[in-house]
Design a protein around this ligand. Structure first.
Ligand code: PLP
Length: 243
C-alpha cells in the first residue's frame, strides 16, 4: 500500500472510531480529500487507493488538475471549496461537481446561469461564517435561511447543505449550533415542498475531525492528514472584477 493509501486508511479509521464513539452512522459521514497544492500524481495515488471525492481551493490549480486527470474524470467527484470570485464562476461552473463555498446569492446565480446545460446539476453548499470572524467569508447564521430559500429556486443546481470553516479550536457548542441551524433550514425547505435533497453539513478538517463528527458533520474535508503538509498556500493573482 502506498504512503497516501496508508494515510487514507488511518483517516478512515479515525472517522469510524469517532462514529462509534458518538453514535453516528458511518454511512452519513463522507470523506472528501483536499488536494490543494498537491500534484495530480498524488490525487491519482489516492484514487488508486479507493478515494473518489477530492476538493480544490484555487480555480486555476483545480481546473488544471481536472484536465490532467481527464481519463478518470467520470469516476471522481470534484468539490470547489475556496473563495469564489465572481469573475471566476464560469470556470468553476464548467469544471466542478460541487461548490461548497457559495457565500452570497449573486455567486449562486452566476453559477446557475453558467452551468453548461449538458452537465448534471451543480451541487451547492452555502458557506456560513459560524465564528463571526470578519476575515472569513460566508453569510451570517441569521441570513442563512433566506439565502437558502433564494438559492433553492435556481435552475441547473441542487442546494445540498451548509459548509463552515470554524476558527481553530472552535467549541463543540459552536458546531452543535451550526447543526441546529442546518436542521431548521432542512425542515423549513421540507415544509415548502422543496424536492431536492438538503443532506450535507460540511464541517471538519484534519485537526477537528472528531469534534465535527460529534457535533453532527456529514462531510469532513481532510487535506494534511492524507497528503501531508502543504507548500505555502497560493494566492489567486487577480482580484475581484468590478461590476
Ligand atoms: C485546506 C482546507 C481544508 C483541509 O484542511 P486540513 O487541515 O489540511 O485538513 C478543508 N477545508 C477548507 C475550506 C480548506 O481550505
Amino acid at each position: 500500500m502506498s504512503a497516501i493509501g496508508d494515510q487514507l486508511l488511518y483517516v478512515k479509521g479515525r472517522i469510524s472510531q469517532a462514529c462509534i464513539r458518538f453514535g453516528r452512522n458511518e454511512k452519513n459521514v463522507h470523506l472528501v480529500a483536499v488536494s490543494k497544492t498537491h500534484s495530480a500524481a498524488k490525487v491519482r495515488e489516492a484514487f488508486a487507493a479507493g478515494q473518489k471525492e477530492f476538493a480544490e481551493n484555487y480555480v486555476q490549480e483545480g481546473t488544471d488538475k481536472i484536465v490532467e486527470l481527464e481519463d478518470i474524470r467520470k469516476k471522481i467527484i470534484w468539490h470547489f471549496i475556496g473563495p469564489v470570485q465572481s469573475n471566476k464562476t464560469r470556470f468553476i461552473a464548467e469544471s466542478f461537481d460541487w461548490v461548497q463555498s457559495v457565500d452570497r446569492f449573486k455567486i449562486a446565480q452566476r453559477l446557475s446561469d453558467q452551468r453548461p446545460r449538458d452537465m448534471a446539476d451543480l451541487n451547492i453548499c452555502l458557506q456560513v461564517n459560524i465564528s463571526g470572524e470578519s476575515t472569513k467569508s460566508g453569510v451570517s447564521p441569521s441570513e442563512a435561511l433566506l439565502t437558502c430559500l433564494d438559492i433553492a429556486e435556481l435552475p441547473n443546481m441542487t442546494l445540498r447543505g451548509l459548509m463552515a470553516i470554524p476558527e481553530p479550536g472552535a467549541s463543540l457548542q459552536s458546531i452543535k449550533n451550526f447543526h441546529k441551524l442546518f436542521i431548521e433550514i432542512q425542515q423549513h425547505l421540507k415544509r415548502h415542498q422543496f424536492k431536492n435533497k438538503f443532506d450535507t453539513l460540511s464541517i471538519g478538517m484534519s485537526d477537528d475531525l472528531d469534534r465535527a463528527i460529534e457535533g453532527g458533520s456529514t462531510m469532513v474535508r481532510i487535506g494534511t492528514a492524507i497528503f501531508g503538509p502543504r507548500e505555502p498556500e497560493l494566492v489567486e493573482e487577480d482580484s475581484e472584477e468590478k461590476e
